[in-house]
Design a protein around this ligand. Structure first.
Ligand SMILES: [Ca+2]
Ligand SMILES: [Ca+2]
Length: 369
């Protein structure tokens, strides 16, 4: 069976290749300026990928109210400001001493509070455990490292499946998708067990770290996007399927009877998986695709809010380098292929209403349409 070990190996090999090349120099290469893609060249509405920056292992991006900058996250532990088409090689935050950006670990997610004055980060600490922390951010976008406060630490039994994203609800609560703890095949049977925070979507109160489970049955929901009260989850699959799932009416979920059950590890997509596991009211994925030419590891995903892809959810696959979109208002949407063969896309993210595709090998592309 093709399992997570193959995927982990994939990441590890790529990670070491990248580190071999970049270790001795500074963590971030100088920005290569945009390819010659002007607005005029895009008159016919053709979808373009424009290389806008390079960064050592980019994995996430975020923006905040009243700030034109976009903040890119480098897995080794730094955050970099991108403004006026330039990425600042000098980080606005450096927590490389608190994490280890290897395999599926590192600084993995960033989001801002609704007033933009606080940053929330999701990283694996030196013990490999998921750590959610907050920091103050000034008007110029400089993060006050000395203000870093740990909100919650969640034990990770294995090195992989740390998911790592983070988003903020209108209420100010933070939403964190959690993987199943790792190894392969949900060995600890935690994803459908509500006594564990693993394999869940958590709503965390940033004031005290208390949390509520909003969904269960996830394997490694690596990137999420919250758009119009729906949480889009790209859940990395085991041996056969990659999945996009949606958690509807997020803000209305307040108590356990409403917990959505995405099925893992009783199901992988719509296939029965661990026979000893039971899913209560299995919510099937919005779409799933099989391992093969389409790939082997989904790199979600964000909803476009402008251009020809408006209101479509865009996602990629790390193994095939394909980028697709699906309609967000259809019950059973079809995948439309837009790009093929990109180098190791780790995520498709939206920040300040723009869409970016991030490559583990360093390229940041903007999708222009
Ligand atoms: Ca994110
Ligand atoms: Ca599922």
């Amino acid at each position: 069976m093709i399992d997570v070990r193959r995927l982990t190996l994939c990441f590890v090999v790529l990670a070491s290749v990248t580190s071999c090349g970049a270790q001795s120099s500074s963590q971030v290469e100088r920005v290569t300026t945009l390819e010659a893609v002007s607005d005029e060249s895009n008159e016919n509405g053709e979808l373009l990928l424009a290389k806008v920056a390079t960064l050592d292992q980019p994995v996430d991006a975020a923006s905040r109210i009243g700030d034109e900058a976009i903040y890119f996250v480098a897995r080794r532990g730094t955050v970099h400001k991108f403004i006026d088409a330039k990425l600042d090689s000098e980080p606005v935050l450096d927590i490389a001493d608190l994490t280890e950006g290897e395999g599926e670990r590192g600084l993995l997610g960033l989001a801002f509070s609704n007033d933009g004055a606080t940053a929330y980060i999701n990283f694996t600490n030196r013990d490999g455990d998921t750590t959610i922390a907050s920091l103050g951010v000034n008007r110029d976008g400089v993060f006050a490292r000395e203000s870093l406060k740990t909100i919650i630490v969640i034990d990770q039994p294995f090195q992989n499946h740390n998911a790592g994203d983070i988003v903020v609800e209108p209420s100010g609560m933070i939403i964190v998708p959690m993987g199943d703890g790792g190894s392969a095949d949900d060995p600890l049977r935690v994803s459908l067990d509500d006594s564990s925070p693993l394999g869940k979507v958590l709503r965390i109160d940033p004031r005290d770290g208390s949390f509520t489970i909003l969904a269960r049955g996830l394997r490694n929901p690596w990137r999420v996007d919250l758009y119009q009260d729906r949480l889009w989850l790209a859940d990395v699959g085991q041996g056969k399927f990659e999945e996009v799932s949606a958690l509807n009416d997020l803000t209305k979920i307040t108590s356990s009877p409403q917990i959505a059950d995405f099925g893992w590890s009783a199901y992988e997509a719509n296939d029965r998986f661990n026979k000893d596991q039971k899913s209560i009211g299995h919510t099937p994925p919005v779409i799933s695709y099989q391992h093969g030419d389409d790939g082997c590891s989904i790199s979600g995903g964000a909803v476009a809010v402008s251009g020809s892809l408006i209101y479509r959810y865009i996602f990629a696959d790390f193994c095939s380098g394909r980028v697709w979109s699906i309609a967000t208002n259809e019950f059973s949407p079809k995948m439309t292929l837009h790009f093929d063969g990109l180098d190791s896309p780790t995520a498709v993210v939206r920040a300040n209403e723009k869409l970016f595709v991030l490559s583990l090998n360093g390229t940041i592309w903007q999708i222009r349409n």
